[in-house]
Write a protein that binds this ligand. Structure first.
Ligand code: NI
Length: 628
């Protein structure tokens, strides 16, 4: 029941993602000044709020890639005026990894004599069926690779045949340090031979010894059609209004999210998206201790969404959005059905049964789901925004795919840092930390943030004669340093974004609260490579005043960046955050101690957060929902 849609509408909104023709124009203009350019990403150079509001925003596209003569370049191109507005040589980091890098690492490794000899020593001769996984090596580039060169590490897995799950058979102890720029394996680490684990890890139905009886089908049909309206990338649903796009680093983006209240649309979030993420490993083993991939900014997660399939990825009456990316040659490439949107029944929203009258009022909850799923190497990440009928907003990250693995040497059957998940196969402890950037415009631009802890009153407090008292205590964050905070479930800690001069009928300033889930912070030392490069992971909350260019929590080009960029650098000046245009940055995630049940493919694990109105509405905003 997918509706055919044409995403390239006649009139382009200033916040629409780049169109195919805009990508072509941008590529042509970049090639005119950098003929030897390897393209990594194209993104809308998002115009400032004022020019969007005034309708005067130019269509500018940011192009990042590699000029083989100069290094990483960042161009901004005005695709209407057809001019290159800026042409910057990037220092510190490099353009994200692209398919050309990946192909080169595989080719270089598989033709290296030392690597071939090391494979032979392990009895592996069917090189065709060896799977090479190139990994970012930022923070741990081998000393033999010159600064400025593109570098990755290659680790290997053995497939018995092409369709096999290679992760069942990791080649332990062998790491090729590949200098992509020089086209060589600069250094080969070999920690000795460990036998391949004995069992295969195939997860397709045909490979299972038996299958259970399938549950009976559930059909989700909406005979009267869907309740949302779509115009290009603009969506209206049950008083919600927003725009959607896909950004190469931030993935799924919601723009200008607001809610209809009477005859006006009240803004809530100007822009909401992932800003970056990191997956640090806690195992000191030489195969893993250096791993801390930034799947968003190093692998440009927004360029690798799945084409979603009806009935499998998404169930119901689905509206899909296609997205356009660029390949390394500068050609646009369309990924169909990259963003899925549909409605879901979500149980009851509210209910009461009046015993005296024996009458009940009950309303069903429904949510609008806007989602995308990205495959990054062995892992899948799904990002699901949910909008509810009572003004609640939720982000749920779904983690699935295949865990990282080690082959276990005899005598090391229960490794401390890598639980055994199958015979001879262990999976290192690791974290997935996602930083979400929430650019609030709550009922206007000037906002402030309070931390609210619900605390017991002291037993000698004059208001607490019975020792039962507790109260919510709000503390204003005045400067950036105040707002570097962690979760605290014992006090029900939330962070409340407030529009100070917009009062509800009770005299309270209208607000939305950020409700964190049980979520870790970065466990690695702040002095470690990942501690420096993923400083955003040190805190669950950061708040900054809006500043153009402060978009990604670890800075822009993180690939091979030594660290220190992004939130720690921006907040070093300790700017005022009272009654400013505020950006709230929320680090959420999971610390993953792998289970046997996570093998050979991991059931979805969840993390995320909720945003809920607090006095933003005058009463339950879903009272007006008709009954049945
Ligand atoms: Ni994991």
């Amino acid at each position: 029941m997918a509706q055919a849609i044409e995403t390239e509408t006649l009139s382009t909104h200033p916040l629409d993602p780049p169109t195919t023709s805009e990508i072509e124009t941008a590529a042509r203009l970049v090639k005119s000044v950098a003929p030897d350019f390897v393209f990594a990403t194209v993104a809308l150079n998002e115009p400032d709020k004022a020019s969007v509001a005034a309708g005067t925003a130019a269509r500018e596209i940011t192009v990042v890639g590699l000029d083989r003569q100069v290094g990483t370049k960042r161009f901004v191109v005005d695709v209407e005026a057809e001019v290159v507005c800026s042409n910057e040589t990037v220092t510190g980091g490099q353009a994200p990894i692209n398919f050309r890098d990946v192909a080169k690492v595989i080719g270089i490794t598989k033709s290296d004599a030392g690597w071939l000899a090391a494979m032979k020593a392990r009895g592996i001769t069917d090189i065709e069926n060896v799977q090479i996984d190139p990994w970012p090596t930022g923070g741990f580039v081998h000393s033999s690779i010159p600064a400025g060169h593109r570098a990755m590490r290659a680790i290997s897995f053995v497939r018995e045949f092409k369709e096999d799950n290679g992760y069942a058979r990791p080649v332990q102890g062998l790491i090729a340090h590949v200098d992509i720029t020089a086209g060589v394996v600069a250094h080969l680490e070999d920690h000795g031979v460990v036998d391949l684990p004995p069992e295969h890890g195939r997860y397709d139905a045909a490979s299972q010894p038996s299958l259970r009886e399938a549950p009976k089908p559930i059909s989700i049909t909406q005979n009267d059609g869907v309740s949302f309206e779509v115009d290009g990338y603009a969506v209206r649903w049950q008083k919600w209004q927003f725009r959607v796009s896909m950004h190469p680093i931030h993935g799924l983006v919601l723009h200008q999210l607001g809610i209809e209240d009477g005859d006006r649309v009240r803004p809530i979030l100007y822009r909401a998206s992932l800003s970056d993420m990191v997956v640090p490993y806690g195992d000191p083993d030489p195969m893993h201790h250096w791993k801390h991939v930034f799947d968003a900014s190093e692998a440009s997660i927004g360029t690798i969404p799945n084409s979603l399939t009806l009935g499998c990825d998404c169930l119901g009456e689905i509206h899909y959005f296609d997205i356009d990316i660029i390949n390394y040659k500068g050609e646009p490439r369309r990924i169909e059905n990259a963003i899925c949107m549909h409605e879901e029944d979500y149980g009851i929203l509210w209910k009461h049964y009046d015993a005296a009258t024996q009458r009940q009022e009950v309303r069903r909850s429904r949510r609008l789901v806007i989602s995308a799923i990205h495959t990054v190497g062995n892992y899948e990440y799904g990002f699901f925004w949910y909008l509810y009928l009572d003004g609640t907003i939720q982000m749920e990250v779904k983690l699935t795919g295949i865990v990282g693995v080690s082959a276990v040497a005899p005598g090391n059957e229960q490794p401390q840092f890598a639980p055994l998940i199958a015979p001879g196969l262990a999976s290192p402890v690791h974290q997935h930390l996602f930083n979400f950037r929430l650019d609030f415009d709550l009922d206007g631009v000037a906002n402030r943030v309070y931390e609210v802890n619900t605390e017991a009153l002291a037993s000698d407090h004059s208001d607490n004669p019975h020792g039962t008292g507790f109260a919510a205590v709000a503390t204003l964050f005045e400067r950036e340093a105040d707002a570097k905070r962690e979760i605290e479930p014992r006090t029900g800690r939330v962070w409340k974004v407030v529009a100070p001069d917009r009062l509800n009928r009770l005299g309270q300033p209208v607000a939305y609260k950020l409700m964190p889930s049980a979520t870790p912070v970065l466990l690695a030392s702040p002095d470690s490579a990942v501690g420096k490069r993923a400083g955003f992971g040190a805190h669950n909350l950061w708040v900054t005043p809006f500043e153009a260019g402060e978009m990604s929590a670890a800075g822009d080009e993180t690939n091979l960046h030594p660290g220190g960029a992004g939130l720690p650098a921006w907040t070093a000046g300790n700017r005022s955050i009272v009654d400013e245009d505020l950006v709230v940055w929320h680090t959420v995630g999971v610390t993953h101690v792998p289970r046997p049940e996570d093998w050979p493919v991991m059931p979805v694990e969840y993390c995320g957060f909720m945003l809920q109105p607090v006095g933003f509405f005058e009463r339950n905003p879903a009272l007006d929902l008709p009954g049945h």
